[in-house]
Ligand binder design. Structure first.
Ligand SMILES: *[C@@H]1O[C@H](CO)[C@@H](O)[C@H](O)[C@H]1NC(C)=O
Ligand SMILES: *[C@@H]1O[C@H](CO)[C@@H](O)[C@H](O)[C@H]1NC(C)=O
Length: 648
């Protein structure tokens, strides 16, 4: 009985899977039928005898169709979006550089789309006001260089995920709709727009508004005058603004009051400690941890408030730290709280605090918000898995504390702080900069740590997922220790996409996917950062396709040979190491290869780094011969360059 039902179940599910594939094939063929294709034979591969994922322009990930990319094939006529509604995982459509016209395609029937590219076609219609209603996932909309007329549809302005909109080179008229938020890119140039530029857009590059009839307000120099503050709409707007202002004022007053009350309560408690309880939030410790961080500089307040810990203890007793390692003396949350906390920094998920246990060891408590992607059991399982990891280049998680609203992770304190600090802030820290051998050794350690993660967390798409210089700590002898690894499954999807490094990779930005090679890209950027001393985030991120990134900057300067200006001047003496440095730069660049297929995988990348290390060590054994060789090299190839002068 049981086995027959199981059999039945598997037959039904097999049938469903097959049916799904069948429907996808048929839908695509129906879509193809509606197309008028100018370039003969362009979609020849669209045939039932081939699997759909091999068809030209059909983009798949793990057997699921996520995108259609039919560019430059002289498509004309109108698009039958209806036919695509059965493609469940479709997220991206591009029909750029064709000759499409007809009514505006009904993209809103595909509510899950993240990007739409219709640039360089021949649309000359008005876009219905509600054309994007219900498209809450839409991130990128490219309609530039068509002949669209009428007003910009207001439905594009209301979804918070919309980040990149190009409408330039059309014939849009009327006013710009009220966007709810600032976009990474909104190109409205060369249209016939008029009226005031909404406040949220006033910080954008003025080039984005150039070539319009009569736009006014910031960032343009043209001030808005009468017609726009007399007409009915802007009046509403200004009303909205004043009410917004009132809200803000009320919020500020309320916040000030709250702060005053809290300060009052603290003072009262510290004075009359016999009668009163300490100011704990109803459920406890994280906020008291913060408060402790806040009052640490007043010794008196601290010691008198310390003795108030009895009630706090009682509350905390019910909630225990979970230890992931046996090689550590156990302690409790209140032991951490007993000590004064020092704020170390505020990362994107929450702050870190340093505290001292009674046995004298320094610990770091790191708070994580936005970590509710996994349920409690799943979370605990994942933490156990992370706890089992053991590698010289990973900073182990000693213990954690789980609560729905926030999680606390406890680590050992690492003496030398982060790589980011050493690369970008060593002067203000009063420390010497890192020399080349140390930098190479750090790259090697980071590579080894990553490789270990990839071997031991094979189920994760990006086993690290958040590799950046501030998440690489340096031990006493400058060995790198990775932190914040393996977090992706636990971070809320939205926050992850906003905050985590893996989601800044080219494959995520262009194709909304993260792959096994995404961490390699992170390693590549880190290598470039270590070599150039430039901070990757200091390059504008707005539009990865056009604007400068760390990678494009390096590529624009690096012409295959030594270029002094590319490298961190703080690296100190690099004489005779130029070849090594260039080799590492090339490895870094191949890790950053935009096309995932061409990019090294983690094994290859680490093997190349290890080879470089080996060469170096051999070179040291063989010091004189290599020195002589490179000296000779230096003379012949460089002539009297600045390095040449040393030799003279
Ligand atoms: C904005 O549009 C103009 C006109 O089409 C174009 O020349 C420019 O490159 C665009 N800028 C960006 C950043 O896309
Ligand atoms: C509207 O325009 C007049 C000048 O025409 C100006 O004095 C006034 O400040 C503007 N009103 C508002 C509310 O901006």
């Amino acid at each position: 009985m049981n086995s027959t039902s199981l059999l039945l179940f598997s037959i039904v599910s097999l049938f469903l899977v097959a049916a799904n594939g069948f429907w996808e094939t048929e839908s695509l063929l129906k879509f193809k039928k509606s197309l008028v294709i100018g370039r003969a034979g362009a979609l020849e591969s669209w045939d039932r005898k081939n699997p759909t994922c091999t068809w030209t322009g059909v983009l798949c990930h793990q057997g699921k169709i996520w995108g259609l990319r039919l560019e430059n094939i002289e498509l004309s006529g109108s698009l039958n979006i209806e036919a695509l509604t059965s493609l469940r995982s479709l997220r991206s459509l591009s029909f750029m550089n064709n000759k499409l016209n007809g009514p505006f395609p009904e993209f809103k029937k595909l509510g899950a789309l993240k990007s739409i590219y219709l640039s360089n076609n021949q649309y000359d219609v008005e876009i219905p006001r509600d054309a994007f209603d219900g498209m809450g996932w839409l991130k990128k909309l490219h309609l530039e260089n068509n002949k669209f007329v009428g007003e910009i549809p207001s439905s594009i302005a209301k979804y918070p995920k919309v980040l990149e909109v190009r409408l330039d080179g059309n014939r849009f008229t009327g006013q710009i709709p009220e966007f709810t938020h600032e976009l990474h890119m909104l190109n409205l140039s060369n249209n016939g727009l008029s009226g005031p530029i909404p406040k949220v857009l006033s910080k954008m590059d003025r080039k984005m508004f150039e070539g319009n009839k009569e736009l006014c307000g910031e960032p343009l120099d043209m001030e808005c005058t009468s017609p726009y503050n007399v007409s009915s709409e802007p009046k509403k707007r200004s009303k909205k603004k004043t009410s917004k202002f009132l809200y803000i004022a009320a919020a500020v007053v309320a916040a000030l009051l709250a702060i005053l009350i809290i300060i009052g309560v603290i003072i009262a408690i510290c004075r009359r400690r016999r009668n009163k309880q300490p100011p704990l939030s109803a459920d406890g410790e994280p906020s008291s941890l913060q408060k402790r961080a806040g009052i640490q500089d007043s010794d008196k307040g601290q010691s008198s408030c310390h003795s108030q810990n009895r009630t706090a203890k009682r509350m905390i007793h019910t909630t225990k730290l979970t230890f992931l390692r046996d090689d550590k003396e156990k302690f409790e949350l209140q032991d951490l709280l007993k000590a004064s906390a020092e704020i170390l920094g505020s990362g994107c998920f929450g702050g870190s605090y340093k505290t001292v246990l009674s046995n004298g060891s320094n610990m770091v408590v790191k708070r994580f918000k936005h970590m509710n992607n996994a349920g409690s059991d799943e979370f605990q399982d994942h933490m156990k898995r992370l706890g089992r990891l053991k590698n010289d280049n990973l900073l182990p998680i000693v213990a954690y504390y789980y609560k729905k609203e926030e999680k606390l992770f406890v680590f050992d304190f690492v003496q030398k702080g982060s790589l980011a600090g050493h690369l970008h802030g060593h002067k203000s820290l009063g420390q010497p900069s890192l020399d080349w051998p140390t930098r190479l050794n750090i790259v090697k350690g980071v590579g080894r740590g990553l490789l270990y993660l990839h071997k031991n967390l094979p189920s994760l798409m990006a086993p690290h997922g958040h590799l950046k210089s501030s998440n690489v700590l340096l031990s006493e002898n400058f060995e790198p220790l990775l932190t914040d690894y393996g977090l992706i499954p636990m971070i809320n999807e939205e926050s992850a996409q906003e905050l985590m490094v893996a989601y800044k990779s080219p494959e995520f930005l262009t194709q909304s996917r993260v792959t096994k090679k995404t961490d390699v890209w992170g390693l590549g950027v880190l290598i470039l950062e270590i070599l150039t001393g430039k901070f990757p985030d200091s390059f504008p991120q707005a539009n990865q396709e056009k604007e400068e990134t760390m990678v494009s900057w390096v590529k624009s300067i690096f012409k295959g040979e030594w270029t002094q200006e590319l490298f961190d001047q703080e690296m100190g003496k690099t004489n005779n190491c130029e070849e090594e440095i260039l080799k590492l730069l090339r490895i870094g660049l191949s890790c950053c290869e935009e096309e995932v297929e061409k990019r090294l995988d983690i094994r290859e990348a680490v093997a190349k780094i290890e080879d470089l290390m080996k060469e170096r060590e051999q070179g040291d054994d063989d010091f004189y011969s290599t020195y002589a060789a490179s000296e000779a090299d230096g003379r012949s190839s460089r002539g009297v360059s600045s390095e040449g002068i040393n030799l003279a």
